[in-house]
Design a protein around this ligand. Structure first.
Ligand code: CU
Length: 131
């Protein structure tokens, strides 16, 4: 019983530490790529606050995580760049690696898609909703 109370106290302490964290400290969102799917495929974040997306590719093949609006994706669907890395909204994630990127979104909905041939059609699509 004592142990259980201690565990509860620790949980309460951790929760309060989070609540008082500086708003400029990035939140962390983990996204896993497994069997050519994003998990989770839907993420809700606060608008106007930096969020660090940590993208784990568990697959033995390369993927990418490109996030943006409709015109951004229209451009990338026909794009020829095979490797990204210079822009926070365009992340290449080689097989069995983890990459992270920090982005501050204005309120809205943004799709994240892997634009490798046929990956979007297979279902490598997710959505970030910022409110
Ligand atoms: Cu892919």
């Amino acid at each position: 019983m004592k142990l259980r109370l201690l565990a509860l106290a620790l949980v309460a302490f951790a929760a309060s530490a989070c609540a008082t964290a500086d708003a400029s400290t990035p939140l962390v969102v983990n996204i896993r790529i497994h069997y050519s799917k994003f998990e989770p495929a839907s993420v809700e974040i606060p608008a106007g606050r930096p969020v660090t997306f940590v993208i784990h590719n568990d697959d033995p093949i390369d993927h990418e995580w490109l996030v943006g609006d409709a015109s951004f994706h229209a451009r990338h669907r026909t794009g020829t760049e095979t490797v990204h890395g210079d822009r926070p909204d365009e992340v290449s994630v080689p097989a069995n690696t983890t990459k992270s990127t920090t982005i501050t979104f204005a309120a809205g909905s943004y799709l994240f898609i892997c634009h490798f041939p046929l990956h979007e059609q297979f279902g490598m699509v997710g959505v970030v909703t910022a409110r």
